[in-house]
Design a protein around this ligand. Structure first.
Ligand code: BES
Ligand code: ZN
Ligand code: ZN
Length: 491
């Protein structure tokens, strides 16, 4: 499917999406030689459509022997429109219209671009919403549904530079959200640490960043004992993936660390089948940093970005690390293993220590499907953050806002640090509640003084049910916020 932009004189699509604010549906929309008359009063009186938030109304018009499927979608009140709701509205309309087997869709933007006067944001969000709504994971279906839709056109009469910038950015970020979703949706029998590292090498070649992979011997030489303890019971070898992009030589360097458990069986503290069956998603954080890295490099942002993923599986075997073990870490601290299912933080602390001390990043964000308890705290719509730096955290929050994603920063009280202590080792890997916050603070112990943010996406990164604006499975939630953070730090 191809996405373009054109003015209304240059297109006759088979299907048209018309986003409308509440009570401002027009009686006639003109597109090329089509004049689409909407019975607005009737729709309102019968409460069929008035432009309320996420409301849709569809009808097939015939004009000059041409059929046009028209899809009205409500944006609600203009003053209350958020980027998130705009994307949901466009995504929902797109999926409904696509199901009508049209070969081309136009998205009529004339009215709303004038109303909100932000061409960049409308273009970016329209494109991203469409790319997110269009994606469906069907790699392993032997009979795939035929995709009749070939072309989607954003229709606007006054196309300016801002609009084109937003459009181009929307394409890059949207496509790389798909990269993250596609990696995360791969089953663990296919996406092993080795396969993940091979795919990153290819993505680096295509996007313009350098990739280096450390194998077992190098990981051992670096003394990443916490990471290797987790990886030990799997017959799949661990791969430490390093991605480097230098867009601002001499400037500061941003670091991303993604949790890369290509499968989390829980180890000897084995998960029940129900919880285990979706654990291919435990590299969602890795998918997001890889997607963000691709987007940053493809956009040629003037920023330095280094991202690392300590990829491995958390399995069970005669060689497993065990509850009750005391292990070391690259940072030197010892850790009591209370539960082998709290493995993500063990891989992350070595990765965080490495990126700060060997790659010399100035600021670091880690992103991870880290704790089940994040769902109890914030549900499945909001990512949780923990940070040691107000200014950096505010920047991250702004980037989430710009992406139409929710994030909520947790409070940190000094008593929480007491919970990390263990009588026999420096730290325990299962500090008491609040589990999502103390998991973050466990990682902070390996950060030192530099600005750091921890993002827990265990609730947000994987949808068990489809939404009307996107399919189920991996959501790629972190890609856009990480990209925008890098963009906001670029010169
Ligand atoms: N990968 C899981 C967290 C998770 C849960 C991700 C649900 C996605 C959906 C993580 O490794 C884990 O098992 N965490 C434990 C930690 C506990 C043992 C302290 C948890 O949250 O139950
Ligand atoms: Zn686990
Ligand atoms: Zn895990």
């Amino acid at each position: 499917m191809n996405i373009l932009y054109k003015n209304s004189k240059a297109i006759i699509p088979e299907g048209i999406i018309i986003p409308c604010f509440k009570d401002s549906v027009k009686n006639t929309y003109s597109i090329n030689n089509l004049s689409i008359d909407i019975p607005t009063e009737r729709l309102k009186n019968k409460k069929l459509f008035e432009g309320k938030k996420l409301e849709t109304y569809t009808n097939c018009f015939i004009q000059n022997n041409e059929y046009v499927e028209v899809m009205l979608v409500g944006l609600g009140e203009k003053e209350k429109l958020t980027q998130r709701n705009y994307k949901k509205a466009i995504g929902k309309a797109y999926r409904q219209l696509k199901s009508k087997k049209v070969s081309s869709i136009g998205v009529y933007l004339n009215g709303i671009v004038n109303a909100v006067s932000c061409n960049y944001t409308i273009a970016k969000n329209t494109v991203q919403a469409i790319l997110i709504a269009d994606y469906n994971f069907d790699d392993y279906k032997t009979e795939k549904k035929e995709d009749k839709l070939k072309e989607v056109t954003l229709i606007l009469d006054n196309i300016n530079e801002d609009f084109i910038n937003g459009f181009d950015e929307g394409i890059i970020v949207g496509n790389n959200i798909t990269v993250s979703r596609e990696l995360t949706n791969q089953p663990a029998n296919v996406l092993t640490p080795t396969e993940l590292s091979n795919r990153v090498i290819k993505l680096g070649e295509k996007s313009g960043f350098d990739v280096e992979i450390y194998d077992y011997d190098k990981i051992k030489e670096l003394k990443m004992e916490a990471y290797l303890s987790v990886a030990r019971a799997s017959s799949e070898p661990p791969k430490f993936i390093i991605m480097r992009y230098h867009g601002n030589p001499g400037g500061e360097t941003l670091g991303f660390v993604g949790k890369g458990l290509t499968y989390d069986a829980g180890g000897l503290s084995i998960k029940p089948t129900k919880g285990m069956s979706t654990m291919k998603c435990d590299m969602g954080g890795a998918g997001d940093v890889i997607g963000a890295m691709c987007a940053v490099a493809q956009s040629k942002l003037k920023v330095n970005l280094i991202a690392v993923v300590a990829a491995c599986e958390n399995m069970l075997g005669g060689n497993s690390y065990k509850p009750g073990d005391i292990i070391g870490s690259m940072g030197g601290k010892t850790i009591y293993i209370g539960n082998t299912d709290a493995e993500g933080r063990l891989t992350l602390i070595d990765a965080v220590h490495y990126i700060i001390n060997h790659e010399k990043v100035d600021k670091v964000v880690d992103i991870a499907t880290l704790t089940g308890s994040v769902v109890a705290a914030l549900g499945t719509v909001c990512t949780l953050s923990v940070s040691n730096n107000d200014e950096f955290s505010d920047k991250m929050n702004k980037s989430f806002d710009e992406s139409g994603e929710y994030v909520c920063r947790m409070p940190v009280f000094e008593e929480y640090y007491e919970l990390l202590k263990h009588p026999e080792a420096d730290l325990t890997n299962i500090p008491d509640r609040p589990g999502s916050i103390t998991a973050g603070l466990f990682i902070e112990k390996f950060v030192g003084d530099i600005p750091w943010i921890h993002l827990d996406i265990a609730g947000t990164s994987y949808l068990s049910k489809k939404k009307d604006y996107m399919s189920s499975g991996a959501a790629g939630v972190g890609v856009a916020p990480l990209y925008h953070l890098a963009k906001n730090m670029a010169n």
